[in-house]
Design a protein around this ligand. Structure first.
Ligand SMILES: [Zn+2]
Length: 268
Protein backbone atom coordinates (compact mmCIF):
# COMPACT_ATOMS: atom_id res chain seq x y z
CA UNK A 1 0.00 0.00 0.00
CA UNK A 2 1.36 3.44 -0.93
CA UNK A 3 1.33 6.11 1.72
CA UNK A 4 -0.68 9.23 1.02
CA UNK A 5 1.74 12.07 0.27
CA UNK A 6 -0.62 14.82 1.47
CA UNK A 7 -2.96 15.71 4.30
CA UNK A 8 -6.56 14.65 3.72
CA UNK A 9 -9.18 16.78 5.47
CA UNK A 10 -11.81 14.98 7.58
CA UNK A 11 -14.79 13.29 5.89
CA UNK A 12 -17.02 15.87 7.54
CA UNK A 13 -14.81 18.75 6.42
CA UNK A 14 -14.72 17.58 2.80
CA UNK A 15 -18.46 17.11 2.69
CA UNK A 16 -18.96 20.62 4.09
CA UNK A 17 -16.77 22.09 1.31
CA UNK A 18 -18.73 20.20 -1.35
CA UNK A 19 -22.00 21.32 0.21
CA UNK A 20 -20.78 24.89 -0.16
CA UNK A 21 -19.77 24.26 -3.79
CA UNK A 22 -23.05 22.60 -4.74
CA UNK A 23 -25.57 24.67 -2.76
CA UNK A 24 -23.76 27.91 -1.98
CA UNK A 25 -25.20 29.35 1.25
CA UNK A 26 -28.65 27.70 1.13
CA UNK A 27 -29.69 24.29 -0.24
CA UNK A 28 -31.61 24.60 -3.49
CA UNK A 29 -34.18 22.12 -4.81
CA UNK A 30 -32.86 20.49 -8.00
CA UNK A 31 -36.41 20.23 -9.38
CA UNK A 32 -38.00 23.62 -8.79
CA UNK A 33 -34.82 25.59 -7.99
CA UNK A 34 -36.47 27.15 -4.91
CA UNK A 35 -34.61 27.44 -1.62
CA UNK A 36 -37.60 26.66 0.57
CA UNK A 37 -35.91 23.56 1.92
CA UNK A 38 -36.01 21.66 5.22
CA UNK A 39 -33.02 19.56 6.26
CA UNK A 40 -33.63 16.26 8.06
CA UNK A 41 -30.69 13.98 8.81
CA UNK A 42 -28.69 14.55 5.63
CA UNK A 43 -31.82 14.54 3.46
CA UNK A 44 -33.42 17.63 2.05
CA UNK A 45 -37.16 18.17 1.67
CA UNK A 46 -38.45 20.85 -0.67
CA UNK A 47 -41.45 22.56 0.91
CA UNK A 48 -42.53 23.98 -2.45
CA UNK A 49 -42.67 20.87 -4.64
CA UNK A 50 -42.31 18.22 -1.90
CA UNK A 51 -39.36 16.58 -3.55
CA UNK A 52 -36.81 14.83 -1.31
CA UNK A 53 -33.22 15.06 -2.39
CA UNK A 54 -29.64 14.62 -1.25
CA UNK A 55 -26.58 16.80 -1.64
CA UNK A 56 -25.57 15.11 -4.88
CA UNK A 57 -29.04 14.82 -6.50
CA UNK A 58 -29.03 16.63 -9.81
CA UNK A 59 -25.23 16.60 -10.09
CA UNK A 60 -22.99 14.07 -11.85
CA UNK A 61 -22.04 12.79 -8.37
CA UNK A 62 -25.58 11.42 -7.86
CA UNK A 63 -25.53 7.84 -6.64
CA UNK A 64 -21.85 8.03 -5.66
CA UNK A 65 -20.71 4.95 -3.76
CA UNK A 66 -17.40 6.47 -2.61
CA UNK A 67 -16.85 8.22 0.68
CA UNK A 68 -16.07 11.94 0.39
CA UNK A 69 -12.53 11.11 1.47
CA UNK A 70 -12.12 8.64 -1.40
CA UNK A 71 -13.48 11.18 -3.88
CA UNK A 72 -11.06 13.77 -2.50
CA UNK A 73 -8.08 11.43 -2.90
CA UNK A 74 -9.05 10.54 -6.48
CA UNK A 75 -9.39 14.24 -7.33
CA UNK A 76 -6.02 14.96 -5.72
CA UNK A 77 -4.36 12.18 -7.72
CA UNK A 78 -5.98 13.40 -10.95
CA UNK A 79 -4.80 16.95 -10.24
CA UNK A 80 -1.26 15.72 -9.66
CA UNK A 81 -1.23 13.50 -12.76
CA UNK A 82 -1.01 10.22 -10.90
CA UNK A 83 -1.75 7.13 -12.91
CA UNK A 84 -5.14 5.47 -12.24
CA UNK A 85 -3.28 2.54 -10.69
CA UNK A 86 -1.63 4.76 -8.06
CA UNK A 87 -4.92 6.57 -7.44
CA UNK A 88 -6.71 3.24 -6.93
CA UNK A 89 -4.16 2.17 -4.36
CA UNK A 90 -4.25 5.47 -2.44
CA UNK A 91 -8.05 5.79 -2.45
CA UNK A 92 -8.51 2.07 -1.79
CA UNK A 93 -10.80 1.50 -4.76
CA UNK A 94 -10.46 -0.95 -7.62
CA UNK A 95 -8.45 0.00 -10.70
CA UNK A 96 -11.64 -0.16 -12.73
CA UNK A 97 -13.32 2.29 -10.39
CA UNK A 98 -10.33 4.69 -10.46
CA UNK A 99 -10.41 4.61 -14.27
CA UNK A 100 -14.16 5.26 -14.29
CA UNK A 101 -13.76 8.26 -11.98
CA UNK A 102 -10.88 9.68 -14.01
CA UNK A 103 -13.14 9.35 -17.04
CA UNK A 104 -15.89 11.26 -15.22
CA UNK A 105 -13.53 14.07 -14.25
CA UNK A 106 -12.43 14.35 -17.87
CA UNK A 107 -15.92 14.35 -19.34
CA UNK A 108 -17.16 16.94 -16.83
CA UNK A 109 -14.54 19.47 -17.90
CA UNK A 110 -16.56 22.08 -19.80
CA UNK A 111 -15.68 23.16 -23.30
CA UNK A 112 -13.23 26.07 -23.38
CA UNK A 113 -15.54 28.08 -25.55
CA UNK A 114 -14.17 31.35 -26.81
CA UNK A 115 -12.66 31.69 -30.28
CA UNK A 116 -8.98 32.56 -30.54
CA UNK A 117 -7.93 35.90 -32.00
CA UNK A 118 -5.20 38.40 -32.91
CA UNK A 119 -2.28 36.02 -33.25
CA UNK A 120 -2.57 32.24 -33.55
CA UNK A 121 -0.28 29.35 -34.49
CA UNK A 122 -1.97 26.37 -36.18
CA UNK A 123 -0.65 22.91 -36.93
CA UNK A 124 -1.66 19.24 -37.11
CA UNK A 125 -0.45 16.51 -34.77
CA UNK A 126 -0.68 12.73 -34.81
CA UNK A 127 -1.91 10.87 -31.74
CA UNK A 128 -1.56 7.13 -31.23
CA UNK A 129 0.36 4.54 -33.16
CA UNK A 130 -0.37 3.92 -36.82
CA UNK A 131 0.71 0.29 -36.51
CA UNK A 132 -2.15 -0.52 -34.09
CA UNK A 133 -4.75 1.29 -36.24
CA UNK A 134 -5.21 3.68 -33.33
CA UNK A 135 -3.71 6.77 -34.94
CA UNK A 136 -5.79 9.92 -35.27
CA UNK A 137 -5.08 13.36 -36.68
CA UNK A 138 -5.59 16.35 -34.43
CA UNK A 139 -5.83 19.96 -35.55
CA UNK A 140 -4.42 22.44 -33.07
CA UNK A 141 -4.54 26.20 -32.71
CA UNK A 142 -2.71 28.13 -30.02
CA UNK A 143 -2.97 31.75 -29.00
CA UNK A 144 0.58 32.14 -27.64
CA UNK A 145 -0.15 35.31 -25.64
CA UNK A 146 -2.80 33.61 -23.43
CA UNK A 147 -1.72 29.96 -23.89
CA UNK A 148 -5.32 29.19 -24.91
CA UNK A 149 -5.25 26.10 -27.10
CA UNK A 150 -7.95 24.32 -29.13
CA UNK A 151 -7.49 20.71 -30.17
CA UNK A 152 -9.95 18.73 -32.30
CA UNK A 153 -9.86 15.41 -34.07
CA UNK A 154 -10.07 15.88 -37.86
CA UNK A 155 -10.69 13.12 -40.44
CA UNK A 156 -7.74 14.11 -42.67
CA UNK A 157 -5.41 17.02 -43.40
CA UNK A 158 -7.30 18.10 -46.52
CA UNK A 159 -8.05 21.77 -47.03
CA UNK A 160 -11.75 21.38 -46.10
CA UNK A 161 -10.99 19.84 -42.70
CA UNK A 162 -8.32 22.39 -41.82
CA UNK A 163 -10.42 25.34 -42.91
CA UNK A 164 -13.48 24.11 -41.01
CA UNK A 165 -11.40 23.76 -37.85
CA UNK A 166 -10.05 27.31 -38.15
CA UNK A 167 -13.51 28.66 -38.96
CA UNK A 168 -14.91 27.11 -35.76
CA UNK A 169 -12.13 28.15 -33.40
CA UNK A 170 -10.26 31.16 -34.75
CA UNK A 171 -11.82 34.56 -35.34
CA UNK A 172 -11.45 36.10 -38.81
CA UNK A 173 -8.78 38.78 -39.29
CA UNK A 174 -6.51 36.87 -36.93
CA UNK A 175 -2.88 36.55 -37.98
CA UNK A 176 -2.38 32.79 -38.41
CA UNK A 177 1.10 31.27 -38.54
CA UNK A 178 1.46 27.77 -39.99
CA UNK A 179 4.01 25.50 -41.61
CA UNK A 180 4.10 25.29 -45.41
CA UNK A 181 1.37 22.59 -45.61
CA UNK A 182 -0.67 23.20 -48.75
CA UNK A 183 -4.03 22.88 -46.94
CA UNK A 184 -3.42 26.30 -45.37
CA UNK A 185 -2.84 27.81 -48.83
CA UNK A 186 -6.21 29.56 -49.14
CA UNK A 187 -6.87 30.76 -45.62
CA UNK A 188 -6.02 34.34 -46.59
CA UNK A 189 -9.06 34.11 -48.89
CA UNK A 190 -11.22 33.18 -45.89
CA UNK A 191 -10.27 36.44 -44.20
CA UNK A 192 -7.28 35.47 -42.07
CA UNK A 193 -3.87 37.04 -42.11
CA UNK A 194 -1.48 34.25 -43.06
CA UNK A 195 2.24 33.71 -42.92
CA UNK A 196 4.22 30.51 -42.75
CA UNK A 197 7.60 29.01 -41.96
CA UNK A 198 9.33 26.25 -43.86
CA UNK A 199 10.38 23.75 -41.22
CA UNK A 200 12.63 21.87 -43.63
CA UNK A 201 14.70 25.05 -43.84
CA UNK A 202 14.93 25.33 -40.10
CA UNK A 203 12.37 28.15 -39.76
CA UNK A 204 10.63 27.69 -36.39
CA UNK A 205 10.61 31.14 -34.73
CA UNK A 206 6.87 31.85 -34.94
CA UNK A 207 5.44 28.34 -35.09
CA UNK A 208 7.47 26.71 -32.31
CA UNK A 209 4.95 27.48 -29.49
CA UNK A 210 2.55 24.85 -30.86
CA UNK A 211 5.35 22.27 -30.79
CA UNK A 212 5.23 22.70 -27.02
CA UNK A 213 1.55 21.71 -27.10
CA UNK A 214 2.38 18.51 -28.98
CA UNK A 215 5.25 17.58 -26.68
CA UNK A 216 3.13 18.38 -23.60
CA UNK A 217 0.35 16.12 -24.96
CA UNK A 218 2.76 13.23 -25.49
CA UNK A 219 4.38 13.68 -22.10
CA UNK A 220 1.04 13.85 -20.26
CA UNK A 221 -0.41 10.85 -22.07
CA UNK A 222 2.63 8.71 -21.45
CA UNK A 223 2.86 9.72 -17.81
CA UNK A 224 -0.81 9.29 -16.87
CA UNK A 225 -2.39 6.85 -19.26
CA UNK A 226 0.42 5.13 -21.17
CA UNK A 227 -1.68 5.55 -24.30
CA UNK A 228 -5.09 6.89 -25.30
CA UNK A 229 -7.64 4.90 -27.25
CA UNK A 230 -9.12 6.70 -30.22
CA UNK A 231 -12.65 6.55 -28.80
CA UNK A 232 -11.51 8.47 -25.71
CA UNK A 233 -9.49 10.99 -27.65
CA UNK A 234 -12.05 13.84 -27.76
CA UNK A 235 -12.22 13.96 -23.95
CA UNK A 236 -8.48 13.51 -23.62
CA UNK A 237 -8.00 16.51 -25.90
CA UNK A 238 -10.32 18.50 -23.64
CA UNK A 239 -8.20 17.49 -20.65
CA UNK A 240 -5.01 18.55 -22.45
CA UNK A 241 -6.54 21.93 -23.33
CA UNK A 242 -7.41 22.54 -19.69
CA UNK A 243 -4.07 21.40 -18.33
CA UNK A 244 -2.15 23.45 -20.87
CA UNK A 245 -4.27 26.63 -20.81
CA UNK A 246 -5.44 26.73 -17.19
CA UNK A 247 -3.04 24.71 -15.02
CA UNK A 248 -4.29 26.51 -11.90
CA UNK A 249 -7.53 24.50 -12.19
CA UNK A 250 -5.55 21.48 -11.05
CA UNK A 251 -3.96 23.18 -8.02
CA UNK A 252 -6.17 21.26 -5.58
CA UNK A 253 -9.22 18.98 -5.43
CA UNK A 254 -11.34 22.03 -4.59
CA UNK A 255 -10.24 24.21 -7.50
CA UNK A 256 -10.93 21.28 -9.82
CA UNK A 257 -14.25 20.38 -8.17
CA UNK A 258 -15.35 23.98 -8.53
CA UNK A 259 -14.95 23.74 -12.32
CA UNK A 260 -16.51 20.27 -12.49
CA UNK A 261 -19.54 21.19 -10.40
CA UNK A 262 -20.06 24.81 -11.44
CA UNK A 263 -18.65 24.95 -14.91
CA UNK A 264 -17.40 28.45 -15.61
CA UNK A 265 -14.36 28.47 -17.87
CA UNK A 266 -11.31 30.11 -16.36
CA UNK A 267 -7.89 30.98 -17.65
CA UNK A 268 -4.75 31.56 -15.64
ZN1 LIG B 1 -38.73 21.86 -5.20
Amino acid sequence: MDTIPFVVPSEHGIKARFRQLIFGVHPRCPRCQRQNVRVVANRYHCRSCRRKFSLTSGTWLAGMKLSWTQLWILLWCFCHRYQPRQAASLAEVTLKSARTWYGRFRTQLPERGRVLRLHVVADEGYFGKRRTGNQRIVAGALEPRSKEVRLRMIPDTEQDSIERFLWDHVSLQTMVWTDAHKSYGDIAWMGYGHDWEIHERGQFGKTSPIERVWSFSKWLTRRMYHHVWAENLPHSLREIEWRFSAPGTFASPLTLAEILLRPVPRSD
